[in-house]
Design a binder for this molecule. Structure first.
Ligand SMILES: O=C(O)C(=O)Cc1ccccc1
Length: 414
């Protein structure tokens, strides 16, 4: 498929509104990567939202390159144009417990579950959304914040976001987002990630001077890209990188993305499995407005965040509430903060001002001076008495405690 240029902007989701993601200093940022779609184009009625369905998704990806994408509706602009009153007259807007729908792919009115992800068609996050809900309608969002807002404002039913990777460790910004928003973790997907080096047809590896991709993907392919002597440039997502290179018919630039992205954007795969470690798994969280009712019929995990008073042995006491009940902690840590040197299964994060503000507004007496938050995942359901007891015990020790979700443990999928 040849990419053709048009005067109209491609259907790339909009740029980051809140915080740019961090990336290594040797990576330049393409700041005008996602041109703004004219506002007149973005002003759509709510009815148009229905056209977000991906019935003609393959056509969509083709058309996206040609700038004819019907689904060029930006979730971001929908959020701006129709805040809050969305669905207010719709009986479906009433909160529903998720137990009845969690393992099906449709909401109770018969329509498909809509799952927001960050990136464009072909992103790994889209694959994760489809693994979680095989028949879902995956909805691309420019940024993670947009995906969260889309759930909060009833534009979609779920959001999927990458939270940690076996090579790159935790994605701290996404933990902060989970904390700042009031969504619940209702599932996890572990996806084996296999990166490819993509280029336009007729281009050889030797022709490439630079390569575009998501910062995580670039980091995961560090050795290969260094060996090839390529300049790395970070962009919002892997599929967006492929789309950009195809759309602009670049001859000296490649993209690190999936074979799916190669197919969608008509690119050639120059090399497969270019990640530094073949065992490259990314864990994605599934978030919803309401929690699921935890069960005991299968292995469940529970994610919590808490803070502690400063003092000798405080973290030891906090972790003991799990150890004394034989509850396994599963959160793997690759970022060694102050306390992490001692406990590799727990991750301490300096408390950001914004997060602190959010917590302050909602929790009287939150200790402002305490500089760390701890995220822990443990292997037990909140329906399990020993988990209840452990958290009851932790509450006596912690100055702040929030259960982010109790959900079925995921298996690694390829
Ligand atoms: O950019 C993407 O395709 C994503 O979904 C984010 C990502 C990047 C690298 C590994 C896993 C997820």
């Amino acid at each position: 498929m040849a990419a053709t240029t048009t005067s109209r902007a491609p259907a790339t989701p909009l740029h980051n509104r809140i915080n740019p993601k961090p990336w290594p200093s040797n990576q330049r940022v393409i700041s005008n990567f996602n041109p703004m779609i004219p506002r007149s184009e973005r002003r759509r009625t709510l009815a148009v939202l229905a056209t977000l369905r991906r019935d003609n998704r393959d056509d969509e990806s083709h058309n996206a390159i040609e700038g004819k994408n019907k689904n060029s509706i930006e979730l971001q602009s929908l959020l701006e144009d129709f805040p809050y009153e969305l669905n207010s007259k719709d009986s479906n807007s009433l909160p529903r417990p998720l137990t009845s729908t969690y393992f099906s792919n449709s909401v109770s009115d018969g329509s498909r579950l809509r799952v927001a992800y960050q990136g464009v068609h072909g992103a790994y996050s889209e694959t994760a959304a489809e693994k979680a809900y095989p028949n879902c309608e995956a909805v691309p969002c420019g940024q993670f914040d947009t995906a969260f807002e889309a759930v909060e404002r009833w534009l979609v039913d779920r959001a999927v976001l990458p939270i940690e990777n076996s090579l790159g460790g935790s994605i701290h910004r996404n933990y902060d987002l989970v904390l700042r928003h009031r969504l619940h973790i209702v599932g996890e997907v572990k996806l084996a990630i296999r990166h490819c080096l993509l280029a336009n047809h007729g281009i050889k590896v030797q022709d490439l001077k630079r390569v575009l991709s998501h910062p995580q993907a670039l980091a995961q392919c560090e050795n290969t890209l260094t060996r090839l002597g390529m300049v790395r440039e970070a962009v919002d997502d892997t599929a967006g990188a492929a789309k950009f290179v195809a759309f602009h018919k670049l001859n000296d630039t490649g993209a690190v993305a999936s074979s799916t992205a190669a197919r969608i954007y008509g690119m050639n795969i120059l090399a497969e499995d270019i990640q530094d470690d073949s065992d490259n798994v990314t864990r994605f969280l599934v978030l919803a407005r309401e929690p699921i009712i935890p069960g005991t019929d299968r292995l469940f995990k529970t994610s919590i965040v808490f803070s502690l008073e400063e003092g000798p042995g405080m973290l030891f006491k906090a972790l003991a509430v799990f150890a004394m009940r034989d509850i396994n902690l599963t959160k793997l840590c690759s970022f060694l903060g102050n306390f992490c040197c001692l406990f590799l299964l727990i991750e301490s994060r300096p408390l950001q001002k914004q997060a602190l503000q959010m917590l302050d507004d909602n929790n009287n007496g939150f200790p402002k001076r305490f500089p760390y938050l701890f995220y822990v995942d443990f292997e037990a359901s909140m329906a399990d008495q020993k988990a209840q007891n452990a958290l009851g015990h932790l509450k006596e020790i912690a100055t702040f405690l929030r259960v982010l979700g109790s959900y079925p443990a995921g298996i690694t999928m390829s």
